[in-house]
Design a protein around this ligand. Structure first.
Ligand SMILES: Cc1cc2nc3c(=O)[nH]c(=O)nc-3n(C[C@H](O)[C@H](O)[C@H](O)COP(=O)(O)OP(=O)(O)OC[C@H]3O[C@@H](n4cnc5c(N)ncnc54)[C@H](O)[C@@H]3O)c2cc1C
Length: 394
């Protein structure tokens, strides 16, 4: 039997790749650095584009069972509390984009993919395998783990996230670019929500230098909150009292509803926000990158995981079509994916600036958004939510 394909990273991108490869009869080994395969437990939003992939790997029904579909995404002014704009995600959205917009607990999503992987004899999941280095031997690859094990494969997929070691070894292009913002994430039981907010929608409160996103999870039993604010130094270490003081200062002019949301936050851990400038090529020899390792993005379009999942299917299809010619497969994959993922990065930066604008600039953005009709909004999102197609081999 041919050597399996090695996949570093058992996140959403890595697992999707393994499942999509298996559908072509290709075996893989997924090496995950954490002691167990699993996800950090926060919410995630999925655009309709991701269902083209979930349909292909047979995961749509299981995902939909765990997910909720909000009636709308609403944007509010964080100072006045007034609605700025909305994207209706009900029947008209579904009829236009053929699939729903959903919100789901990341752990539930991860488990759907993991269960499918475990049932598939072509996929071997290897937890506790933190990869230190890889070697491309020309006719195959090998990787060495921190604890001294080694694994051999036909080729290597680096699906190891925003701080990818595979990328560092391939391109040595430094760390991701922090954008000067820090974020906190929290999930609370719905019964503990004290803020006077609409609970069934995805809401974004945009303010000068800060924003909050919230939405329900697990059929309205949980409430997911992400709070972000601009900060000159982006240390991820500190104590809760200091974080609280900083947040209160950053959000001092915010609407009382936002302050009530802040009071519900778990401040034990915060994360610097960042991305990378897009690049056109994500491979060298028999090693290729995917998901956040290839094109990490700000979360303002809520598409990083969707892109990692789309990459997984696109890459698997290209590998299968190229019958062992990995160079051809990787070029076709990059052609299919690089402009689309770069556009997600670039538009996410633009939207980030819109959320956090101040003064007259802010008034201009709000006016532009307020003028949009539903048809305008759907047209602006079509390039993204209609999904992607692989370029032909000819
Ligand atoms: C606050 C926030 C909100 C977000 N919301 C959304 C959203 O609503 N919708 C959306 O689509 N996206 C969202 N994203 C983006 C999304 O989380 C990422 O884009 C997505 O997780 C990328 O998937 P991935 O598989 O490429 O990488 P990851 O999910 O980071 O997985 C990488 C895996 O590789 C493993 N690993 C790393 N190094 C090694 C190593 N050396 N050896 C072995 N294993 C290794 C890690 O343990 C991990 O399991 C959000 C991000 C943030 C920060």
């Amino acid at each position: 039997m041919a050597d399996p394909i090695l996949i570093i990273g058992g996140g959403l991108g890595g697992l999707t790749t393994a499942l999509a490869l298996a559908q072509h009869g290709l075996a893989s080994r997924v090496l995950e650095g954490a002691p167990e395969f699993g996800a950090i437990g926060y919410g995630i939003q999925f655009g309709p584009n991701v269902f083209h992939v979930l349909d292909r790997i047979g995961a749509s029904d299981a995902v939909l069972e765990k997910a909720d579909s909000p009636p709308a995404i609403l944007m509010f002014d964080a100072l006045s509390g007034k609605e700025v704009t909305r994207i209706p995600t009900g029947p008209s959205f579904r009829s236009r984009f053929k699939h729903p917009y959903v919100i789901i607990h990341r752990i539930d999503l991860h488990n759907v993919l993991l269960d499918s992987c475990r049932r598939n004899p072509l996929i071997m999941l290897v937890p506790d395998a933190l990869v230190a280095r890889h070697e491309d031997r020309g006719d195959g690859v090998s990787v060495a783990t921190e604890d001294g094990r080694s694994f051999e494969g036909a080729m290597l997929v680096g699906a190891d996230g925003i701080r990818s070691r595979t990328r560092a070894q391939l391109f040595a292009d430094g760390d991701p670019r922090p954008n000067g913002f820090m974020g906190f994430r929290t999930i609370v039981p719905m019964g503990d929500v004290t803020a006077d907010v609409q609970r069934d929608i995805v809401a974004l409160w945009g303010g000068p230098g800060f924003h909050i996103v919230h939405y329900p999870l697990r059929h309205d039993t949980l409430f997911n909150i992400v709070a972000v604010f601009r900060r000159s130094a982006h240390s991820e270490r500190g104590d809760v009292a200091a974080y609280r003081a900083e947040l209160e200062h950053a959000y001092r002019d915010a609407h009382p509803t936002m302050k009530a949301l802040l009071a519900m936050l778990d401040l034990s851990r915060r994360q610097a926000v960042g991305d990378r400038d897009p690049i056109r090529h994500w491979h060298k020899g028999r090693v290729v990158l995917l998901g956040d390792a290839a094109h990490p993005t700000l979360q303002s379009l809520a598409q990083g995981a969707c892109m990692a999942i789309e990459d997984g299917l696109g890459l698997a299809d290209c590998i299968a079509a190229a019958s062992g010619d990995y160079e051809a497969a990787f070029r076709r994959y990059e052609n299919a994916r690089s402009l689309r993922t770069a556009r997600v990065t670039v538009e996410s930066r633009y939207i980030w600036d819109v959320y956090h604008a101040d003064g007259v600039t802010r008034d201009v953005y709000w006016q532009m958004l307020g003028e949009r009709t539903e048809a305008d909004t759907f047209r602006c999102l079509a390039w993204l939510y209609d999904g992607f197609a692989l370029p032909s081999t000819h």
